[in-house]
Design a protein around this ligand. Sequence first.
Ligand SMILES: Nc1ncnc2c1ncn2[C@@H]1O[C@H](COP(=O)(O)OP(=O)(O)O)[C@@H](O)[C@H]1O
Ligand SMILES: [Mg+2]
Length: 344
Amino acid sequence: MSDKDKVLSILKEVNFPGFTRDIVSFGIIKDINIDNGKTEISIELPKEDTEVAEKIAQSINNAFSREGLSLPEFIFSVFKKANGATTEEATKENVKLPDISKYLAVASGKGGVGKSTVAVNLAIAFSRKLKNMGLMDADIWGPSIPMMCGIDTKPMATKEEKIVPIEKFNIKMMSIGFLLDEEDTVIWRGPMVHGAIKQFIEDVEWDGVDNLVIDLPPGTGDAHLSLIQTVPLSGGIIVTTPQDVALIDVKRGIQMFRKLNVPVLGIIENMSYLQNGDEIIDIFGRGGGKKIAEKFEVPFLGEIPIDPSIRKGGDLGLPIVFSDPDSSTSKAFQDIAERILENL
Ligand SMILES: Nc1ncnc2c1ncn2[C@@H]1O[C@H](COP(=O)(O)OP(=O)(O)O)[C@@H](O)[C@H]1O
Ligand SMILES: [Mg+2]
């Protein structure tokens, strides 16, 4: 292995701050120069950000130290498009944003914690307070909005070739799942992810939608970065279950939003407890979500119990806040929706 390959393999172990993706695959390493045992690394950042630059340098230094190598020198620059604009300026120029006033992203550290369930039920709860709700399923790897909302029709296109969202529960919705057949699998690669996210914003007829809830993929990755680069997110909501293993990932979600200047609107603890008549059964360690919210000084938005009718509603395409709005579980969703609106 050449020295340059060795350096590259070390850099592949260094993640971009706040992301689970490494700096090499992010495409920010412009050049590696090795001369007389001195290594010089040129790094191109998407925008001017000394904090990010320092973090990257620190992580690379740590990786070099671990390998017993002398520390490299860094040259940082900001990426310029052919027309001389930075990525940030270019994104603003290129993307024609719809006339949406609030973009709310629902995130989770890992899959299966009920992120989509929360996104759908919150959107329905919001739609009783706000007009013109939209719901965008950005979880392109595991779109679940079609099943949860019982939608199996394909959307139509306008004359201008924009996709018309499907309307249900008084909410305009878009999901990649509307366009694919159940057996279809798509292997998403980096640039495609960015393209898909951009299209979901630009090429969908969001006219008339004022508030858009976005169901993000689990974790922190390409789709999150693309979305945050494309639209001005008004806030991020993080869904977790109470177990310690789930909470570890919450920290990463908070860091991602903070890094990208998106306000964290708060944490929701899903599957907090099970209610059996008057008895409350604590299955996963209720209260973990609240503790982590306090630790990171973000609002705790509330608890959703484990409720078999949530799962049944999800499977039948009838979200509980729509089918049984007066149940205590639906009340929990509605209270959380109100808290979010107060904090916005
Ligand atoms: N509070 C809850 N009580 C019972 N079942 C739930 C609850 N929240 C989610 N579920 C069920 O758990 C499964 C995973 O939820 P989902 O929203 O798809 O998770 P994610 O989007 O985080 O992967 C679904 O079958 C859903 O119906
Ligand atoms: Mg989901």
